[in-house]
Design a protein around this ligand. Structure first.
Ligand code: AMP
Ligand code: MG
Length: 338
């Protein structure tokens, strides 16, 4: 062990530094998570952080006794774990992984429901949401942990070839009598990635699970995806902060029984060997990161899945097209740009 070969003071210094970094990271995470709700007033609350789907998540339940709140949160943590095991594109045991490997498969339960929603939104000609862009996003390498180590970026020819494998019209979906759905990709190399709406789907399930467990006031924070159950116990709305990538929050929106979802290019990116940053939200028309001039798009709407899909899609569309879309769909959602 290399640690054993050092003298004691070096070892202590390293341990102290590591402990410092961990404490600082935990402190920042706690500040960020607790600042999600800007509402004033003290009320009884039970709050828990946990890590799933590559994200620090937090659930805070208001006005319930500790036992009820903790048992409801336990249920949510379990549910997210189950969902991740079904949807994770990297987990060899997941139904979605097997579908991508084999080019066909039968999905049940949440995997089936989530896939069907992803398919429907991908078929919507009004929005550039396409869950079948995975061959392209995989080629870019956004799954890498090293955001700042220079990566080779895909050539235009390669992206052109891969884009031919991303048409949702080349996907067959058949309902089976046992409740499952049979999915077949008609071209070899096609693959699905529900990542653009999976957290919205998780929010929807968790909000409904909390209500079933008798919770009528809670905030579910899955990274940039927030859903609130009910309001504060005194009836006042939750105030959800929208993150400014340069630090802090730039706006707080009032929320009762709704979701607030932000998509932004700053969340995940790679650095190209040309030194430029390339973010993870891809314009299906080009295969390149969307370049619409927006830093982020936030959608507020009671349907958590729709909010997640639209935040991704409207970020790609840019301010002008997104405003036109909102006018056409007046009353369905609210929009905040940065
Ligand atoms: P979000 O953070 O919800 O905006 O989703 C971003 C994630 O969705 C990316 O990390 C990709 O996995 C996936 N994605 C990227 N571009 C698209 C797109 N045009 N349509 C659907 N999903 C996408
Ligand atoms: Mg999204």
């Amino acid at each position: 062990m290399w640690l054993r070969e050092m003298d004691r003071s070096d070892k202590n210094k390293i341990l102290l530094r590591a402990a410092g970094v961990i404490i600082l990271a935990a402190f920042i995470a706690i500040i960020l998570l607790f600042r999600v709700d800007f509402s004033s007033g003290k009320e009884e609350q039970v709050s828990r952080d946990f890590f799933a789907m590559d994200t620090v998540m937090n659930i805070t339940v208001f006005g319930a006794d500790d036992r009820t709140a903790n048992s409801a949160i336990d249920g949510c943590v379990r549910l997210v774990g189950e969902l991740e095991a079904e949807l994770d594109v990297h987990d060899e045991g997941s139904e979605i992984y097997r579908l991508n490997q084999n080019g066909s498969g039968v999905l049940y339960g949440h995997a089936a429901e989530c896939f069907e929603l992803a398919y429907e939104y991908s078929m919507d000609p009004e929005i550039p949401f396409n869950a079948f862009l995975y061959p392209v996003t995989r080629e870019w390498g956004f799954e890498s942990e090293s955001y700042d180590t220079p990566h080779d970026i895909p050539s235009e020819e390669r992206l052109g070839e891969l884009l031919l494998l991303t048409d949702p019209n080349d996907v067959r979906v058949e309902k089976l009598s046992d409740g499952g759905i049979e999915v077949t990709f008609e071209k070899a190399g096609m693959a699905v990635d529900p990542g653009g709406m999976a957290k919205g789907y998780a929010c929807k399930l968790l909000a409904s699970a909390l209500k079933t467990d008798g919770i009528d006031s809670a905030i579910i924070n899955l990274g940039g995806n927030v859903a609130v159950v009910g309001s504060h116990k005194d009836g006042s709305p939750f105030k959800i902060g929208i993150r400014d990538p340069e630090g802090g929050y730039f706006e707080a929106v009032e929320a009762i029984d709704t979701s607030v979802v932000t998509s932004g290019g700053y969340e995940r990116y790679i650095t190209g060997s040309d030194g430029k940053k390339y973010h993870h939200i891809i314009d299906p028309a080009t295969g390149y990161p969307a370049d619409s001039g927006l830093i982020s798009a936030t959608v507020i709407c009671p349907d958590c899945v729709m909010a997640d899909v639209l935040s991704t899609a409207l970020f790609i569309m840019g301010e002008e097209r997104a405003k036109e879309y909102r006018e056409k769909h007046a009353g369905e959602f609210e929009l905040v740009f940065k």
